[in-house]
Design a binder for this molecule. Structure first.
Ligand SMILES: [Zn+2]
Length: 169
């Protein structure tokens, strides 16, 4: 699967805002992989992603692995015995959706997918696809901040901006 420049740019923006948390087994390798995709497509950045950005404290997307992943030898067979088991999928991708329930946000975590250790590229593609999905993350038309879609009203204005407009803040 090849993501468009627009999709990659949006996914990058979500990650820059600290909305994503990757565990220690994935953080460094995923960052290197994403930076290489950005380079390949020649996408200019005002700000570069750091490892800290991928360790968000209030994440809406989490990806982790039960075991270390060898990012540089994904094509060679995994040496771990467990990986010979076709159903062993140590990598999991989770998404938190937000629904407004009588003006109070309700958060729910869902598993987007689980992946084999030799399918790390598939896992990263699924991560980027999730982050670039307008149904999950959208840019507020007032402050240009990318927010979980549930925080935007029908007018595409985020709750922070609409509170300000109403003088609540
Ligand atoms: Zn806003």
């Amino acid at each position: 699967m090849i993501l468009t420049t627009k999709q990659l740019t949006q996914a990058y923006g979500v990650m820059l805002q600290g909305l994503v948390s990757l565990d220690d087994n994935l953080r460094q390798g995923v960052l290197v992989y994403i930076e290489s995709l950005m380079l390949e497509q020649g996408i200019k950045r005002e700000k570069y992603l750091s490892l800290d950005d991928l360790n968000g404290h209030y994440p809406y997307v989490c990806m982790g692995s039960y075991m270390p992943i060898d990012f540089f030898n994904v094509d060679s067979p995994c040496s771990m015995a467990a990986c010979n088991d076709q159903s062993f999928k140590p990598i999991s991708l989770k998404l938190c959706t937000v629904i407004q329930n009588e003006h109070k946000p309700v958060h729910r975590w869902h598993t987007v997918g689980t992946f084999r250790c030799d399918d790390i590229v598939g896992a990263i593609d699924a991560l980027l696809e999730t982050l670039s999905n307008d149904g999950f993350f959208k840019q507020c038309v007032t402050c240009n901040t990318i927010r979980p879609a549930g925080y935007l009203g029908h007018d595409q204005v985020c709750n922070c901006c609409s509170d300000e407009l109403l003088g609540v803040a």
